[in-house]
Design a protein around this ligand. Structure first.
Ligand code: NAP
Length: 516
C-alpha cells in the first residue's frame, strides 16, 4: 500500500488540530506532523499533538526538519533531537531524520536509544535537495540503506527537467518500501506514479496554500483529478507532452473519460523542456522502462514537430497524412515498444465541420474554404481539407508562410490586405487571435462574414470568441473550437484504447475543465 500522506504544518497547536481533523476527513491515510513549524516545542506540546493525531486512527510521522533541509523554524540540533525523542516516547509510529545528521553519533545516539526503548516506532531516513538533482541519486540511496538497514529511505530532490525523475522512479521500482519525491513542476509525475510503483507514501497538501514542497499536489487534485485510489501496479499510463503544460485541459478530459469507461488508465501532465533533445530523451527514457506502463501520449506546443523528427529518426510508424502535415499530436506505444504517430487535429476539424453542416467529408470536395493562419493547426486543417478536395485559400500575417504552405498543399494563398474580398463557404480561424486574454480581437473583419457562410474558430478559450459572435450576428453558422477539441480528443481516445468514447462524455469533461 502507498499511503497518501498529508503534512500538518501549523505554528499554533489549535491550527494543527484543525488541520489534523481536516486532513483525516479529506482522505489522508497517514499524517506527517511537521514539528519544525510549531512555535513551541516542549515535550508536552509534542505529546499533545501526537495524541490528537492518533484520535483519527491514522498512523503518524513526526518530522522536525533541519533548516538546511527545508525546515520552517531554525531550531538548534539539541531541540530537534529532544523533539524527535519526545515524539518516540509519545508513541509516534514513524520519525523522520535527516540522513546527513544521522551519520553523526551526537545526533543519532539519543535517537537510536529512544527507538530501542520503543520498537513500535520506525525510522525514516531522508535527504533533501531543494535546488537540483543529487549528484548520484542511486549511490545516495544505497548509503542511506547501508547506514540503517531497517529504515524507510527517503529522497526528495528538485528537478528542472522531467528526465531527472527517471533515476528516482528506478529506485522506487526496485525498492518498494521507500520514498522518492521529485520536487518542482517537472517532477509531479513522481508524486502520482509513486503508487503504481509501490512507494511507501506520497505527499499531498490540504490545499495549495499549505503545500510544504514545490510541486506538491493537493489531496483533492490527487484524489479527484488523478484518481489516486484506483491507481495500482497494472494502471496504464498516458499523458500530454508539452511546455508549458499546467494550463492544458487534456488531463482532466482524458482522466474523466477513462473513469467513465471504467478503464485502469491514468493520464498525466508531462512538462518536457529542452526542445528536441529534451523530447528525445524523454521518449528514450520511457521506452527503456516498459514497466512504467506508458502506452500513449498527446503532444502539443512546442513538441508536435519534435515528435515527427523523433519518429523519422527512429524508423517508427508515421501516418502518411501526418507526414504531409509535418506535425503529430498523438503517439501510441505498441506491445513491442514500437511507436505509431498520428495527427488527430485534422480529423477533429473535419468532424466538427461535417457534423455541424450535416454532410460527409466527401461533400467538402470543391467547396471554397478560407483558412486564416499558417502554423501547426493550420497545417492540419489545410491537409485535411485539401485531402477531401476542398478549394482552400490561406491567409496569414506572415504572408511568406501562407505562400509556402499553399505551394506545399497545392492550394491558393492571398494577402491579408485582401481579406475583405474573400469568397468562401467556410472560414476557419487557425490563429490564436481572439484567445484569452486577448478576447477583443477577431481574425476576420465582421463585414466579410455573410449569412450563408460557416465559421469555425479553432480557439476554444473562450468558447464564444469575438469572431463567432460576429458570425452569429451576420446570420452565419458557427462552430466552436470546443467541437474540434472534442473531435480530436475522441480520435486520440480511439488510438489510445482501440475503443470509442461517447462524445457526450468528452463534451461533459471539456465543459467541466474549461474556465467559465
Ligand atoms: P502556431 O503554430 O504557433 O501558429 C500560430 C498562428 O497564429 C500563425 O499563423 C501566426 O501567424 C498566427 N498569429 C499568432 N498571433 C497573431 C496575431 N496577433 N495576429 C495575426 N496572426 C497571429 O499555433 P497553432 O498550434 O497553429 O495554434 C493556433 C490556434 O489553434 C491556437 O489558438 C490553438 O489553441 C488552436 N488549436 C485548437 C485546437 C482545437 O482542438 N480546438 C487544436 C490545435 C490548435 P504568423 O505565422 O505570422 O506568426
Amino acid at each position: 500500500m502507498t499511503y497518501l500522506a498529508v503534512p500538518i504544518s501549523a505554528a499554533e497547536i489549535q491550527t494543527a488540530k484543525k488541520q489534523i481533523t481536516s486532513a483525516a476527513s479529506s482522505g489522508a491515510q497517514i499524517l506527517e506532523l511537521r514539528l519544525d513549524y510549531l512555535k513551541n516545542l516542549t515535550p508536552d506540546i509534542i505529546a499533545g499533538v501526537i495524541k490528537e493525531a492518533h484520535k483519527t486512527a491514522l498512523s503518524v510521522i513526526a518530522t522536525c526538519r533541519d533548516k538546511t533541509e527545508g525546515g520552517q523554524n531554525d531550531y538548534p540540533q539539541n531541540i530537534r533531537i529532544q523533539a524527535l525523542t519526545a515524539a518516540i516516547t509519545a508513541g509516534c509510529d514513524y520519525i523522520d531524520c535527516e540522513f546527513e545528521n544521522f551519520c553523526r553519533n551526537d545526533f543519532a545516539g539519543p535517537i537510536k536509544k529512544a527507538l530501542a526503548d520503543k520498537p513500535g516506532t520506525k525510522l525514516i531516513l531522508s535527504a533533501h535537495n531543494f535546488n537540483s538533482k543529487f549528484k548520484n541519486v542511486k549511490k545516495l540511496f544505497s548509503e542511506i540503506t547501508a547506514l540503517f538497514p531497517d529504515c524507510i529511505p527517503k529522497l526528495a530532490y528538485m528537478v528542472q527537467n522531467i528526465n531527472d525523475c527517471f533515476d528516482g522512479l528506478d529506485i522506487l521500482k526496485d525498492n518498494g518500501n521507500s520514498i522518492v519525491i521529485c520536487m518542482g513542476r517537472a517532477g509531479i509525475i513522481s508524486r502520482i506514479i509513486a503508487k503504481k510503483l509501490g512507494a511507501f507514501l506520497t505527499f499531498a497538501s490540504l490545499d495549495s496554500d499549505s503545500a510544504t514542497a514545490p510541486g506538491q499536489l493537493s489531496i483533492r487534485q490527487l484524489k479527484e483529478s488523478f484518481r489516486f485510489e484506483s491507481i495500482d501496479r497494472d494502471t496504464e499510463l498516458f499523458g500530454i507532452i508539452a511546455e508549458p503544460v499546467a494550463h492544458s485541459i487534456s488531463p482532466a478530459v482524458h482522466n474523466f473519460c477513462f473513469a467513465a469507461e471504467k478503464m485502469n488508465r491514468l493520464y498525466l501532465p508531462l512538462l518536457v523542456t529542452g526542445g528536441q533533445i529534451g523530447f528525445d530523451n524523454f521518449l528514450d527514457n520511457v521506452l527503456h522502462r516498459p514497466w512504467l506502463g506508458f502506452k500513449g501520449f498527446s503532444v502539443t506546443i512546442p513538441h508536435k514537430t519534435n515528435a515527427v523528427e523523433y519518429i523519422r529518426g527512429s524508423g517508427n510508424y508515421l501516418e502518411p497524412l501526418s507526414a504531409k502535415i509535418g506535425a503529430v499530436n498523438t503517439l501510441t506505444i505498441g506491445r513491442n515498444g514500437r511507436i505509431s504517430a498520428f495527427n488527430t487535429d485534422y480529423a477533429g476539424a473535419l468532424d466538427a465541420l461535417t457534423a455541424a453542416m450535416g454532410i460527409d467529408r466527401k461533400h467538402l470536395n470543391g467547396v471554397n474554404c478560407t483558412v486564416i493562419g499558417a502554423g501547426g493547426a493550420a497545417r492540419a486543417v489545410v491537409a485535411g481539407l485539401t485531402d477531401t478536395g476542398a478549394k482552400v485559400t490561406i491567409y496569414n500575417r506572415t504572408e511568406k508562410k501562407a505562400q509556402d504552405m499553399a505551394l506545399e498543399f497545392g492550394c491558393r494563398h492571398a494577402s491579408m490586405s485582401d481579406i475583405k474580398n474573400l469568397n468562401a463557404k467556410i472560414i476557419i480561424n487557425c490563429t490564436s487571435i481572439g484567445m484569452s486574454p486577448n478576447i477583443n480581437a477577431a481574425a476576420v473583419p465582421a463585414e466579410v462574414i455573410k449569412s450563408d457562410m460557416v465559421v469555425l474558430d479553432t480557439v476554444y478559450n473562450p468558447v464564444r470568441t469575438l469572431l463567432l459572435s460576429q458570425a452569429a450576428e451576420a446570420g452565419a453558422r458557427t462552430i466552436t473550437g470546443v467541437e474540434m477539441f472534442i473531435g480530436q480528443a475522441a480520435e486520440q481516445f480511439r488510438h489510445f484504447t482501440q475503443k470509442t468514447c461517447d462524445k457526450k462524455i468528452i463534451r461533459a469533461a471539456v465543459a467541466m475543465a474549461l474556465p467559465d
